[in-house]
Design a protein around this ligand. Structure first.
Ligand SMILES: Nc1ncnc2c1ncn2[C@@H]1O[C@H](COP(=O)(O)OP(=O)(O)OP(=O)(O)O)[C@@H](O)[C@H]1O
Ligand SMILES: [Mg+2]
Length: 313
């Protein structure tokens, strides 16, 4: 996997001509060229983009409804922040291991979160490098025993991950949990360890029902543990042609309970996601990027509060 940051995108973000930008990049770093498209990878961006600032945080992708896009958004968002030079650790908590697969790491024999806790393995020994900028703690079927094991063996069930991540936070800009579609103790522990919970929903009635249950639970946990936890709802798989897509989005954007929490960018239904993720690469791997890439980029800029902290030379 090699996500790419196109010079076209960077030129728009920095409001600088491509010609000037190329010259400035060459002074500090490097860029590559493929099929006429100029781009930078994580290492090149990390050297050059010291003018970008982002809000470092732990993020959980969560919703009790299955198939809404938790894993898809986690992999795509992690890939995008990595090409802005950020270092990301993704933790796959789902026994289905879809995130591990989306990073092309399903078959790799490494400890998962269950193994770490059950066999007292140091968390660092479970970290796999997916590509420059992205590390992973993978999942496998034995993670199905994670909730039961945490419940039986640990007193501090809910703060387990919060405590585990303390030392890792200095090594990463973002730590992201991909949660299974449940509200078990491992998911609750991920929520308490998080600064932000991303709740992807699809424009259907069942997703909206699940959404309210999740928001109530997050608010309850945040209150019990006196933590500020931001909630961000992302409308995913929006389809312009269906009335329901328009109705549900309008409802979420207008209803008092939800409107402050919904991100303005919707992610459209797009085969680009499944085409890329099923091959273990990201939507940013190809030098010709599609509408999906632009939508996730808008979300990243909003979610990570990505901004310039110094004016360009
Ligand atoms: N915007 C989108 N357009 C088209 N397909 C999408 C989109 N987002 C996700 N998908 C597809 O929907 C399916 C479910 O997505 P994903 O696995 O990310 O959901 P999930 O919420 O993680 O599911 P689970 O709860 O089972 O973990 C996948 O096949 C994925 O490729
Ligand atoms: Mg998933």
């Amino acid at each position: 996997m090699e996500p790419k940051l196109l010079l076209d995108d960077l030129s728009k973000l920095l409001r600088e001509s491509k010609r000037k930008l190329k010259k400035r990049i060459k002074e500090k770093s490097n860029y590559s060229n493929c099929g006429g498209k100029v781009f930078m990878t994580h290492d090149e961006s990390a050297l050059f983009l010291d003018c970008l600032n982002y809000k470092e945080q732990v993020i959980s992708f969560h919703l009790i409804k299955g198939g809404v896009g938790k894993t898809t958004l986690a992999q795509s968002i992690a890939s995008r922040v990595s090409v802005y030079g950020a270092k990301v650790l993704c933790i796959d908590l789902d026994q289905q291991s879809n995130l591990s697969q989306a990073f092309g790491m399903k078959q790799v024999n490494y400890p998962n979160m269950y193994d770490i806790l059950a066999n007292d393995i140091a968390i660092n020994e479970a970290i796999i490098s997916v590509c420059p900028g992205i590390d992973l703690i993978k999942s496998s079927l034995s993670n199905a025993k994670l909730d039961h094991m945490i419940f039986m063996q640990h007193n501090n069930v809910k703060t387990l991950f919060l405590d585990m991540l303390k030392d890792l936070k200095t090594s990463y800009d973002f730590i992201m949990f991909d949660c299974p579609p449940t509200l078990g103790v491992s998911v609750q522990s991920a929520i308490i360890a998080s600064d932000t919970i991303v709740l992807p929903i699809n424009p259907d009635l069942f997703s909206v029902e699940g959404l309210k249950i999740c928001i109530e639970e997050i608010k309850l946990l945040a209150e019990s543990y006196q933590k500020d936890i931001d909630i961000k709802i992302i409308i995913n798989k929006f389809d312009n042609r269906t009335i329901l897509s328009h109705e549900i989005s309008q409802f979420l954007f207008e209803e008092d309970y939800f409107k402050e929490l919904v991100l303005p960018t919707v992610v459209h239904n797009n085969q680009d996601f499944s085409n890329k993720l099923s091959r273990g690469v990201s939507i940013y791997d190809s030098p010709s990027q599609k509408k999906s890439a632009k939508e996730i980029d808008d979300i990243v800029i909003n979610l990570m509060e990505l901004r310039l902290c110094q004016t360009k030379k």
